[in-house]
Write a protein that binds this ligand. Structure first.
Ligand code: ADP
Length: 327
């Protein structure tokens, strides 16, 4: 058996660990793996490379996606997908493992439906916003990276008694923000899933502004937050509370990089291994994931963007910090 593997959409730490597990599990069963370079574009352009076990040795500890990851607007067109299928046939690829988010899963589902080439999806996205799994590959690392950055910001915020508004990633999901805020002991968190958070925050500032002067205050702002823009929030705080020193920081792409934490490496390896085992048993059209510690298979069409908000206890913990400066 010959399997193609690709990473698609935004990269996530742990994709390499998944690639390694796919290649080594295939080798264990006598199958070959072809790496498709830069997502679905690599299939359309016939840019692939054989992945031998030695090529993935030691790869689990590296962030990023060593075969490249990309968005491919061309793959939205049927003609391009037919071309991709033709290249699969030429190279003898009998199945595909697609590592990415809900968009990549949609691509995999339509490709399998149109061409009959079996596809399996692995949840590779830092945002943790995918149905079919409780955790996506890369999420825990992104939270840890954001946490370490916020810890450092907290040090300087303490020294100068400043307010920091720190923007973290997550597209339109607040999981990175809520987890980072709860772990960091931040003072407030603004996420897209919760409406009407800003008036209460401003009211708190108004009431306790005297006690807050020269105090470190960290507000975690999720990039998908729509109630107020980050810059508008900072402007508003500066205008309304001129005695507070308000600063703003966007963590940005550093949240995508770095060595994956243990939980992401193990998740990626477990799912990567399962992808090959599932294909060899004849299963396809599924997104793989973990639920309550168990491996689960969910039809790709059902693995949509997850709408479930972060758990309420995380939000409670994230606002607890404000009590530090109340008295
Ligand atoms: P993610 O997988 O992280 O959600 P995107 O939404 O950008 O990222 O999707 C990644 C890629 O998946 C797209 O660039 C495109 O190549 C492919 N894709 C997304 N939706 C479809 C679709 N409806 N049909 C075919 N391919 C799709």
């Amino acid at each position: 058996m010959k399997i193609g593997v690709l990473c698609s959409g935004g990269d996530a730490p742990g994709m390499n660990a998944a690639l390694r597990a796919v290649v080594l599990t295939a080798a264990e069963g006598g199958a070959q793996v072809e790496g498709i370079l830069f997502g679905f574009d690599g299939l359309i352009d016939n840019q692939t490379a054989p992945l031998l076990p030695e090529a993935v040795a030691g790869l689990a500890r590296h962030g990023g996606a060593f075969i490249g990851s990309a968005r491919s607007p061309r793959f939205l067109e049927k003609d391009s997908r037919q071309q991709a299928a033709e290249h699969c046939r030429q190279k003898g690829l009998e199945a595909l493992v697609v590592i990415g988010g809900d968009g990549s899963y949609r691509g995999a589902a339509v490709f399998e439906e149109e061409t009959g080439i079996p596809c399996v999806g692995l949840p590779g996205t830092i945002d943790n916003d995918l149905e079919g799994t409780e955790y996506t590959i890369g999420f825990q690392t992104a939270v840890q990276t954001a946490l370490e950055a916020v810890d450092k910001v907290m040090d300087t915020a303490e020294s100068h008694g400043r307010v920091f508004v720190v923007e973290v990633m997550g597209r339109d999901a607040g999981h990175i923000a809520a987890n980072t805020a709860a772990a960091a002991g931040a003072h407030a968190v603004l996420i897209p899933e919760v409406p009407h958070q800003v008036p209460a925050l401003l009211e708190f500032f108004k009431r306790y502004q005297g006690a807050m002067r020269r105090r470190p205050i960290i507000i975690i702002y999720s990039e998908g937050e729509s109630e107020v823009g980050r810059e508008d929030l900072v402007r508003n705080l500066r205008t309304s509370f001129p005695q507070l020193d308000v600063r703003s920081l966007v963590l940005g792409h550093l949240q995508r990089g770095g060595p994956p934490v243990a939980a992401d490496r193990i998740l990626a390896a477990r799912l990567g291994r399962e992808a090959v085992l599932a294909l060899s048993r004849g299963f396809s059209g599924m997104g793989l994931g973990i639920r309550q510690g168990q491996l689960v298979h969910t039809p790709l069409a059902q693995c949509k963007k997850r709408q479930l908000p972060p758990e309420a206890y995380l939000l409670e913990l994230s606002s607890l910090g404000l009590q530090e400066w109340k008295f």
